[in-house]
Design a binder for this molecule. Sequence first.
Ligand SMILES: [Cu+2]
Length: 165
Amino acid sequence: MTRLRLICAAALLLATGTAYADPCKVTIESNDMMQFNLREMTVPTQCTDVEVSLKHSGQLSAKVMGHDWVLARDSDMSAIINAGLAAGSKHGYLAENDKRIIAATRVIGGGESATVTFSTSALQKGVRYAFFCTSPGHATVMRGTFVLRDADGIANAGDPSTARR
Ligand SMILES: [Cu+2]
């Protein structure tokens, strides 16, 4: 357990080192190979709003290789994806007014980008949320974790009280 926490702290440290100047604005890229370039996204707790920009560095159209970026509780991911599948491509593979979705961009194709801004008030500190793409089949690989954490706190990252759901 201690070793796992150390690894987590190291991962957070690495993430911090590559962060943009404004830690409340995060960019994630996607491509024609059905991939996101990040597995984990961390945002400091002092952000009242978070801006996530999704870029598609590929060339395939949204119909062929469309991606979106959706944030939700880990436990809601499957249900959101299934509801999105039922909604179909016309609705960007997202069910309308799905309350389980914390934030979502539209579906984009190669060369495009989309941005979503959302309040962190819906997020609990230290909880690992899931981000994923709702295009059919993509979330098997296009997924990762999103954590709101204390900016000062590599030490806090190992505090069990902040890691609990
Ligand atoms: Cu995708």
